[in-house]
Write a protein that binds this ligand. Structure first.
Ligand SMILES: Cc1cc2nc3c(=O)[nH]c(=O)nc-3n(C[C@H](O)[C@H](O)[C@H](O)COP(=O)(O)O)c2cc1C
Length: 212
């Protein structure tokens, strides 16, 4: 209920709309540093191409790893070889993130453009990836590749000593999304509340309440 309490207090203030954007971003920043936060995980949607050749959305859960409030950007980590990385390159980086907190019934949709980083800052991020999480970047075979047989493929190749885990760095990438627009919805008892935000040139935020 931690999200709900903060938003409930805000909604009683005279400058609720001005404060809402700040609270949304503070909540994202909290989600990026606390695994127990309701927004610690988000749903990231990219645009893919279906077998029939149509552009279609493709969503998956990711861990929110960083939030830069000043830059209006959020990060996740991923494997260079994953479908989402190919989709970002092929479709110009257009993405949508979705966060939902079941306890407070607050949803946040963020739209923006993502790009894949592999600079020195990513080296620093990699240093902080735990050995357990490093296993996600250590598959020898390409993630998502179909495998024949009745049993799921072995993942034994991923559980290695710290020195050998360094080879995962080749596959490790940071996906940074610069957010252009937000849509916040609170299914509040007694009356739902919805607002939208557009982050335009020069750091200007255009905010409005919406009919929920
Ligand atoms: C709770 C949870 C957290 C996840 N976090 C990440 C993540 O941070 N990065 C990532 O690439 N995949 C993560 N995954 C796996 C993705 O949801 C997805 O299955 C995988 O990245 C392959 O996606 P793609 O083939 O569409 O690229 C997570 C899955 C779950 C269930």
């Amino acid at each position: 209920m931690e999200l709900q309490a903060a938003f409930d207090v805000l909604l009683t203030s005279d400058s609720a709309l001005d404060g809402l954007d700040a609270l949304i971003w503070q909540s994202l920043a909290a989600g990026a540093i606390s695994a127990g936060h309701p927004w610690a995980n988000g749903c990231l949607t990219t645009l893919s191409v279906s077998a029939a050749g149509r552009v279609c959305p493709s969503s998956r859960t990711v861990v929110l790893r960083r939030c830069d409030i000043a830059e209006r950007s959020i990060d996740c980590h991923t494997d260079l070889r994953s479908a989402k990385v190919h989709e970002l390159a092929a479709q110009g980086g257009e993405v949508c993130w979705l966060f939902y907190d079941q306890a407070s019934r607050i949803q946040l949709r963020l739209q923006g453009v993502a790009h894949v980083l592999n600079d020195r800052s990513v080296d620093a991020d990699w240093e902080n990836v735990s050995s357990l999480s490093r296993s996600a970047y250590l598959s020898v075979e390409t993630p998502g590749k179909a495998v024949a047989g009745q049993q799921p493929p072995s993942t034994k190749d991923r559980f290695v000593d710290p020195q050998e885990s360094e080879r995962g760095r080749d596959n490790f990438r940071v996906v940074r999304t610069k957010i252009d627009a937000a849509d916040w919805l609170y299914l509040k008892d007694g009356g739902h509340v919805r607002a939208s935000f557009r982050y335009v040139e020069g750091g200007v935020t255009e905010a409005a309440w919406l009919v929920p």
